[in-house]
Design a protein around this ligand. Sequence first.
Ligand code: PLP
Length: 188
Amino acid sequence: MKPPGPKTQELLKRTGDPIDPYPPIWGIPTVNAEGPWIEDVDGNIYLDFVSGKCVVNLGHRHPEIVAALKAQIDQVILGATENRFILSEKLTQITPGSFNKTVFFGSSGSDSIDGALKLARWTTKRPNILCVAGAYHGQTYGALSVSSTWSWMVRGFYPSAGIFRMPEARLDLQSKPAVECLNGFLCF
Ligand SMILES: Cc1ncc(COP(=O)(O)O)c(C=O)c1O
């Protein structure tokens, strides 16, 4: 049926789609997802060209990932799990360099952006951050401070001090401003 179907319309009207201000694509109330497919409450099937905001690149509910998650949850759900140590060891082995390394586990992309901001300021001892105007880096306070995809990200939240924005360099000057651009900022 033509989306949005009746159940989707009723749900969005009732709840006011309070989830977040992302573009309408994220407003599809999904009840099932498998591989590249997602299904909404009306039974409509969509091909997910953006892999769930690029975070399910192996497909939705990849059986091996689901099995690993279930196995971990059945054992221990929080804390310094054995697997956490094993993964840290693996990461220190496969990343470049032979110096002593520290692994920081975050729970989201925004968390990693905050980590990168802290690391950049701490290492350079410089307070200012240069970021790209119109970029999207996430919704924690640090990530939000270097984002400006939507005006609300800048107005009202009073971004962290020392943030400077530069225009995005684009090859195609006719195209519309980017919704997202790669994570990149510079400390100076
Ligand atoms: C380019 C980019 N950076 C950072 C983030 C933030 O990741 P998260 O939503 O996991 O905090 C996103 C999320 O959409 C992103 O697209």
